[in-house]
Design a protein around this ligand. Structure first.
Ligand code: NAD
Length: 481
């Protein structure tokens, strides 16, 4: 195997408690999934570290003007742009995502900063005249948004080590809040890089602490601490539901798992549909909440669609994540890859046809196409968070909608058709947070509302604009007018 890393010194990270670097003897090792080499260690925070982070946050009242916040976020964006290559390499090292994916991710992070900076300048207060009914008055009611009284707890998953974090941190800065962030212990490095960039861009350090540790030791304190007003969590359903029960009387924004379909109707442009299917399924090694995890294809076009999909899958270059030509790197670790292999083997044993892939070497799992999959098989009933393309055939639009709605999830979806009657039905009848016509389910702007329903979330959205709303309290005041 290519051990590009032998000359790379191991990073010894520290916690960032309000900007102060704090080391601990107990550490978590971070391994490069492609070779298994340890590339960094991060401290295991103690409970006292966690409590101190919240104490500092409680004792600090942000005073940044809108312009100050704009400048900090724009400056952070400039620093990130100037260190694009280095930050992309950090993401690849901690996650095994290929450089194409990690470079794309850094670009997205810059977009988040740009949108948050601009949104910080916008006062979205509303004005209501009060003489609207016969018992009205000559007054006006005004709204204004204030930062939360307490601190925000943010907890993020491994799959986009920088972008998941920045979608919480940037709106927090833009709204003058204080945040204590715990990134995934699997990919904790980008969060520390981001914190340092924000401090360098003049963010008052009391507004952001980053801690790492064993969630079994520190997570409950982060969820129940008296100074926490809001918990914003992105991750799997099981932990999301645990948080929903544990963080009692805290505002909760939960962005959980997905099992998004691409639906290909009989009139679809099959070349376009297969292109969307392959990129939606394999980008980021299939580890996106909005990755295409089920392909529902009209029986009359399924054979041709599968041929095209297999050809595109074969053409994909997977392997060494550091090779700039690689299209897909590893998944997060060997345990995840073994699990995909098992669930695919189970489907094959139950009658699905393997058309390509299902090859594993360590954490490297090939893109994999399965045809003739039954909607009840585990590979499609539950979220498979990896590069697997299971094709399910259907005969009518009613079947397509029923199968699409037939899992516990409701995040996003993709529909390939040009028929307006189909389009309107899918938009109305799919029980999901987003419907993208002739686009992958993951398509969005970093600004636009994003999030799911059912087991995918409680319907409170992320995206810069919605996150800024959820991170604020609306106050009304009224004046005689
Ligand atoms: P995960 O749920 O295993 O972990 C997420 C975070 O929760 C990590 O930081 C982890 O340390 C922390 N955690 C672990 N135990 C905890 C506890 N008891 N209390 C509080 N926090 C705890 O998820 P993952 O494997 O890192 O990420 C993959 C999942 O995330 C997938 O299901 C994916 O669909 C989902 N996801 C959802 C979105 C979305 O926006 N809806 C986006 C990306 C990923």
């Amino acid at each position: 195997m290519n051990t590009l890393l032998s000359d790379t010194p191991i990073r010894r990270e520290s916690l960032r408690i309000a900007g102060e670097k704090v080391g601990r003897d107990e550490v978590i090792e971070v391994a490069y999934p492609y070779t298994g080499e340890v590339v960094a260690t991060v401290p295991k925070a103690t409970l006292e570290d966690v409590r101190r982070a919240y104490r500092i946050a409680r004792d600090y009242q942000p005073t940044l003007t809108r312009f100050d916040r704009y400048k900090i976020l724009m400056r952070a964006g400039e620093i990130i742009a100037s260190r694009l290559d280095e930050i992309s390499r950090v993401i690849t090292l901690e996650s095994g995502l290929c450089r194409k994916d990690s470079l794309y991710e850094v670009g997205r992070a810059s977009d988040v900063l740009l949108f948050a900076a601009n949104q910080a300048l916008v006062d979205d207060g509303q004005v209501f005249s009060c003489d609207l009914t016969h018992h009205g008055k000559s007054r006006k009611v005004y709204t204004l948004r204030e930062p939360l009284l307490g601190t925000i707890t943010a907890i993020t998953p491994f799959n986009h080590p920088l972008n998941q974090v920045i979608h919480k941190v940037a709106p927090s800065v833009a709204t003058n809040n204080r945040m204590v962030l715990k990134p995934s212990e699997k990919t904790p490095l980008s969060a520390y890089v981001l914190a340092d960039i924000l401090y360098e861009a003049d963010l008052p350090p009391q507004m952001l602490s980053v801690i790492t540790g064993d969630p079994r030791e520190i997570a409950d304190t982060m969820l129940t601490h008296e100074d926490v007003d809001l918990v914003t969590f992105t991750g799997g359903v099981a932990i999301g539901k645990y948080i929903a029960g544990k963080a009692a009387y805290k505002r909760q924004v939960l962005e959980l798992g997905g099992n998004d379909p691409i639906i290909v109707m009989e009139d679809a442009d099959l070349e376009e549909a297969a292109t969307l299917a392959a990129s939606g399924s394999y980008k980021n090694s299939g580890q996106r909440c909005t990755a295409i995890k089920r392909m529902l294809v009209h029986t009359s076009v399924a054979d041709e669609f599968v041929e095209r999909l297999v050809a595109k899958t074969e053409a994909l270059k997977y392997g060494d994540p550091m090779d700039p030509a690689t299209d897909m790197g590893t998944v997060i670790d060997e345990a995840a890859a073994i699990q995909f292999e098992q669930v695919v083997n189970e489907a094959i044993a139950a009658g699905a046809q393997l058309r390509y892939g299902n090859i594993r070497r360590g954490a490297l799992y090939s893109p994999t196409v399965l045809d003739h999959v039954d909607p009840q098989m585990s590979v499609v009933k539950h979220e498979t968070f990896g590069p697997v393309s299971p094709v399910v055939r259907f005969d009518t639009i009613e079947d397509a909608i029923r199968i699409a709605n037939g899992t516990a999830y409701g995040l996003s979806s993709s529909v390939c058709t040009n028929r307006l009657d189909y389009i309107t039905r899918f938009i109305r009848e799919l029980k999901v947070g987003s419907v993208n016509i002739r686009e992958v389910p993951g398509y969005r702007l970093e600004l636009t509302p994003f999030g799911g329903i059912k087991d995918s979330g409680l319907g409170y959205k992320e995206g810069v604009l919605e996150a800024m709303k959820s991170f604020t309290n609306t106050k009304t005041y009224s004046l005689p007018w």
